[in-house]
Design a binder for this molecule. Structure first.
Ligand code: EPZ
Length: 455
């Protein structure tokens, strides 16, 4: 089954989206208030962490997105009981964790990479874990070599099977000294979720320090883990023999907040994003202001708006935290098509994250892609012929078109492009958006977008 078909099955009715195509009549500014809940990139990992506890865990502010449904399904096939508490609250009881068959894991996983992060917790609980062949993703190869090397360093035995990978732990995993070649978010989470119950100390150098990772560390500390974060990307973990469940309110979704901020700017609108906080958006807010966007920070959220006048071009390089997040560039690029002059976006996290640009060009944008590093600092993709820099010349008015959504963030940028465009756009494969944007159809309605849905 291809990744899009798997995603379509993993999304849909359970998160309130049955339509596959959205017809957007563009040209209206988005105005009003929407709220964001917990971050997809923390909530899904926090759900996995519940396996490590010997008592139930409670997570609040869980968004109704299909990636959460995918992890819920994966927990359930592994014997974890998941129940709904108050609205936005999930309770996980891991007292009967059991092995699952590769085929069931594969069926629940969609194209999600989450099964990799089950490995450490399952090796501790059961002594074995399986990773199915992970679905392809259109933002580059997305290898799992760091994950497998890290698990092997803890003492796991990695065995390649025709249908995936089997890992086993003949004895208790042992703490170790790890140095990541790149500050990978997933590999850092892998180390955290594996080291907390390993015997002895673990030192991780070259760690990712994204806010979602810090919140995962908060959760693990609540469970009884001993973790310190030193300067220069070094994380130290002292293994303990058992952990209990946690009760936690998830960090807000800064990627969703930044997406709606760019939507406000591109449509010349005014959106209050309830739940957004300044600290985790510091770098985004600087660029937003340089482009000509305005924002007011309140205790309960941030108002993002187009204050009038011309938008200005910028040079942006995506980077690991505290840099400009890779997931922020796609929606921003739509706003940059409206800026007066030449903007440059240098993508340094993923080697192929400009697939979404083709549709924007079809809609009238002037964007050229390059394999050279066009930012101020050369990145690891510069000598490898990956098309990873974009030059956006504006302003170019966009016109409606028939487009197909390729991936989550690129897809959201297509929605924004259609909302700003003159005329009607037909945007298909829209189900993918519900992987990471809770109730986005309702939110578009609340913000005054003019659209209809087609099954
Ligand atoms: C997480 O992906 C997020 N996903 C991504 O969000 C996000 O863009 C990314 O971190 C960067 O912030 C989730 O949290 C579910 P990485 P992850 O490991 O952990 C290379 C979204 O739309 N690498 O930090 O998979 C990799 O190819 C998404 O919400 C290896 O080479 O990202 C990439 O170039 C998409 N080998 C770089 O590291 C490995 O074993 C960073 O990836 C692992 C990664």
């Amino acid at each position: 089954m291809n990744s899009v078909a798997k995603d379509a099955r993993a999304s849909g009715a359970k998160v309130g989206l049955e339509a596959e195509t959205i017809i957007i009549r563009g040209g209206r500014p988005l105005t009003g208030r929407i709220d964001v809940k917990g971050a997809k990139n923390l909530v899904t990992k926090a759900m996995v962490a519940a396996i490590l506890g010997d008592t139930p865990s409670t997570l609040r502010d869980v968004p109704a997105i299909s990636d959460v449904q995918v992890v819920r399904g994966l927990l359930e096939v592994h014997g974890v009981t998941v129940t709904d508490g108050d609205p936005g609250e999930l309770i996980f009881d891991p007292s009967r964790v059991e092995s699952a068959h590769m085929v069931d894991i594969d069926a629940h996983a969609g194209s999600s990479r989450i099964p990799i992060l089950f490995c450490g917790p399952l090796l501790h609980r059961l002594g074995e874990a399986f990773i199915p062949d992970l679905g392809g993703c259109r933002i580059g190869d997305r290898p799992i070599d760091f994950h497998l090397e890290v698990l092997a360093q803890f003492g796991a035995v990695v065995e390649k099977l025709p249908s995936g990978i089997r890992l086993s732990a003949p004895e208790r995993l042992r703490g170790t000294k790890i140095s990541l070649p790149y500050p990978s978010v997933g590999a850092t989470e892998q180390v955290l979720l594996t080291s907390v119950l390993a015997e002895g100390k673990t030192e991780l150098a070259g760690a990712a320090i994204e806010p979602e990772i810090m919140d995962l560390i908060n959760i693990l500390q609540k469970m009884g883990a001993i973790i310190s974060v030193d300067t220069d990307r070094v994380i130290r973990i002292e293994g303990v023999s058992k952990l209990k469940g946690y009760s936690h309110r998830a960090l807000f979704d800064r990627n969703e907040a930044a997406s709606w901020a760019s939507a406000a700017l591109a449509t010349e609108g005014d959106i209050f994003v309830g739940g957004a906080k300044q600290e985790e958006l510091l770098t985004f807010l600087n660029i937003f202001r340089k482009v000509g966007g305005a924002f007011d920070i309140a205790d309960d959220g941030i108002r993002f708006y187009h204050p009038g006048g011309e938008l200005k071009p910028v040079v942006v390089e995506t980077d690991v935290h505290p840099g400009f997040m890779t997931d922020w560039q796609q929606p921003l690029v739509v706003a940059l098509t409206k800026a007066q002059g030449v903007s440059i976006v240098h993508e340094t996290v993923y080697e192929q994250r400009f697939g979404f640009v083709e549709a924007l060009v079809q809609m009238g944008a002037n964007i050229q892609l390059h394999s050279e590093c066009l930012g101020s600092s050369p990145c690891r993709f510069g000598q490898r012929n990956f098309v990873h820099s974009a030059v956006i010349s504006g302003p170019t008015p966009l016109h409606g078109a028939d487009i197909e959504i390729p991936d989550l963030r690129g897809g959201f940028s297509h929605l924004i492009a259609a909302l700003t465009a003159e005329g009607t756009s037909r945007v298909s494969n829209v189900g993918i958006i519900s992987r990471g944007y809770e109730n986005f159809i309702t939110k578009l309605q609340q913000l005054g977008a003019d659209f209809s849905l087609e099954a």
